[in-house]
Design a protein around this ligand. Structure first.
Ligand code: BTN
Length: 326
């Protein structure tokens, strides 16, 4: 019922009385008031004025299933959306949902993560209301060794979605940092549950810096947001819908024909190629030139002795034009 009220208010730019809402929906004024209170609790900015009624302000950047579903141009991705005000990590929450049978394409979204997780055991800073924190549940018919490729196609999908919406040049730092003007705008964390050679499910978590207007001293040279790059605030749900559209298209193609078809697109977007890279593996730091991406999506690096080696995972920094590593 509350979303029926919301739909009416969304189409009005003047106050609508409780009486009128009640008549339209065949409920009492008290029921109208109770549902309005629920909507306010969900974060909707609804003005209530005695003798005038209710007015929905149009500054609501809310990411619940109702809002997301209206914008979706997908078959399955995002159609089931679990939305939380706060969770520890959307990846952890999505794992629980997947274990309980949530279907492929279900997503978990939150406003705030209290222990957002990054790659290589790091934390992911989760600034409330400014960013997108979303995890997708996947059940692909692939072997565990190929799971890394899902991360690569997620990188391609996020990068295309952001380019479609912003006209910015959005690159990928191997394997899966999405980067604008040399700074990271999005991180992707893929986790899986597998038994021997069978994947039960994959959780792909996406963190995008959207309306962040500053970053701490510690990360401000490495991180950016869509707002900082464009000077404009973006409605996060439009970005979510675009990412899901791009991802679904690529994921279906991947499941049908494998990774090879994405190789040239990935190489075009990958900012490592041709640059000096620093490979950090626990305490061991080595340097080389990033030469290519293999058919399976691994990074091919020429080391200082001129030997080609294949990098499967780990931390790779890239030396940019200003001699700084990103
Ligand atoms: C990285 O280190 O670059 C990966 C960051 C991934 C962050 C996202 S935010 C949504 C999802 N939930 C998490 O706890 N992490 C991922």
């Amino acid at each position: 019922m509350k979303y029926k009220i919301l739909d009416i208010l969304k189409n009005r730019n003047e106050y609508t009385s409780g009486e009128e809402l009640g008549k339209l929906l065949n409920i009492s004024r008290t029921a109208v008031w109770k549902n309005i209170s629920k909507l306010k609790e969900e974060g909707y900015n609804i003005l209530s004025v005695t003798n005038k009624g209710y007015l929905l302000k149009n500054d609501n950047d809310i990411l619940n299933e109702f809002e997301i579903n209206k914008l979706l141009d997908t078959e399955i991705f995002g159609r089931k959306c679990y939305y939380f005000n706060e969770v520890t990590s959307t990846n952890d929450e999505a794992k629980l949902k997947a274990l309980n049978g949530a279907c492929e394409g279900s997503i978990v979204i939150t406003e705030k993560q209290t222990s957002g997780k990054g790659r290589l055991g790091r934390n992911w800073f989760s600034s409330e209301k400014a960013g997108i924190f979303m995890s997708m549940i996947l059940r692909p018919d692939i072997i565990p060794m190929q799971a890394q490729q899902i991360t690569l196609i997620t990188g391609i999908s996020v990068s295309s979605a952001l380019e479609n919406l912003t006209n910015l040049d959005v690159k990928i730092k191997w394997p899966n940092d999405v980067v604008i003007n040399g700074k990271k705008v999005c991180g992707i964390l893929t986790e899986m549950s597998a038994e021997m050679e069978i994947i039960k499910f994959i959780i792909t978590g996406i963190g995008i810096n959207v309306n962040n207007d500053y970053f701490s001293e510690e990360i401000k040279n490495k991180a950016t947001s869509i707002l900082l790059e464009t000077g404009k605030r973006f409605d996060r749900k439009n970005i979510i819908a675009e990412v899901l559209k791009e991802f679904e298209k690529n994921y279906f193609l991947y499941c049908k024909n494998g990774f090879n078809q994405f190789l040239s697109e990935y190489k075009n977007k990958c900012l490592n190629l041709g640059h000096q890279v620093k490979l950090i593996n626990k305490e061991n730091i080595t340097f080389g030139i990033a030469k290519d991406i293999s058919e399976n999506g691994e990074l091919i690096v020429e080391d200082e002795e001129g030997n080609l080696k294949t990098v499967f995972s780990g931390e790779v920094s890239v030396k940019m034009k200003d001699d700084k590593y990103i």
